[in-house]
Write a protein that binds this ligand. Sequence first.
Ligand SMILES: C[S@@+](CC[C@H](N)C(=O)[O-])C[C@H]1O[C@@H](n2cnc3c(N)ncnc32)[C@H](O)[C@@H]1O
Length: 323
Amino acid sequence: MSATTLEVHLSPEQLVDDMRTEVRAGLTTDPKWLSPKWFYDDLGSALFEEITALPEYYPTRTERALLTAHAADIARRAGAEVLVELGSGSSEKTRLLLDAGLEAGTLHTYVPQDVSIGALEAAADAVARQYPALEVRGVVSDFTGSLEHLPRGGRRMIAFLGGTLGNLVPDERADFLARIAAVLESGEHLLLGVGLVVDESVVVPAYDDAAGVTARFNRNVLDVLNHRLGADFDSSRFRHVALWDPHNEWIEMRLEATDDMLVHIGDLDIDVPFHAGEQIRTEISAKFTAAGLAAELDRAGFDVEQTYTDEGRLFALMLAVRR
Ligand SMILES: C[S@@+](CC[C@H](N)C(=O)[O-])C[C@H]1O[C@@H](n2cnc3c(N)ncnc32)[C@H](O)[C@@H]1O
C-alpha cells in the first residue's frame, strides 16, 4: 500500500510575503533582479516541462541518459532507504532512481520537495500511484531557507537534479551546500545533476530556443507578479535575453524593456520606472567543471565518490558522501 502525505512548510501567504520582500528589494535597485523561484506558478512549471523537451535544451535528455546508465550504480553505492529530492518539479527523471532503489531492495520512502505546490502535488500523486510499494511524503518549502524540516531517520540520499544548483550565485551555493551537509549524517549521500561548461554556441540556444518557449517562461514571471502582487506589467513590452557570461561561466536570463514605462505594483504601493533597453536579471544558470564543484563540495564537508559524465561532457551527475 502506498501512502502520500503533503507537509506544508511554506504556506501560500508566506510565499506571497517572501515575494513582497524580495520583489521590493530587487526592483528598487540598479540593476534590477528577480529570484528564479517566482517563475514556477502552475503555468511556469508547465512551461518548464515544455522546455525540457525542446531540441536545443540538451540538459534534461543528457541527465536522463546518465541516470539510465548509472542509476543502478548510484543505488548500490548510496544504499538509500529514503530519497529526498529538492526542487523535484515533475519528478519525471527521478523514476529512474526510484526503480533502481527498489530493485536494490533498499528504498522505501520518496520525499519530493518543491516551492510549487501544484506541481508537487501532481507529481507526488502520480509517483504514489505508479509505485504502490513506496511511501511518498511531499514537502512544500523553499530550499534557500532552512532544511531542518527534512525527514531524519533511515539512510538518506538527497538528490538535486536538473542543474538547479546553477541558479544559486556562488555565495548562496556555498551556504546551500553547508546547510545540506548540516542535515546529513556521516556516510549519507548527495547526488547533484549539473550542467558543465560548454561552448557558448551550444549553451545559449538552450536558453533561447527557436520556438520561443523559454521566452514565454521568462516573461511569465511578470504575469506572476501581476496575479500575486497586483502589478500591472505588460509582459509583451519586455524582450527575452539570454547571455553567456564567460567570466562567471553562467547564462543570464534577462527581460529587457522595449520602451520607457512606469509599472505600478499595487501590493507594494510602489511605481517602478523602466527606461527603454533596461534589463531585469531573472535567472543565472551557472555551469561547472567537475574539479571546481568537487572543491566546493569538499569545503562543505563532502567527498566526491563518483562523477558520471556523457561523451560530449555536457552534463555531470556527481555522487558525494557526507564525511
Ligand atoms: C529547473 S527546475 C528542475 C525541475 C526538476 N528537478 C528537473 O530536473 O527537471 C527547478 C525546480 O525547482 C523548484 N524551485 C525553484 N526554486 C526553488 C526554491 N527556492 N525552493 C524549492 N523549490 C524551488 C521549481 O519549482 C522547479 O520545480
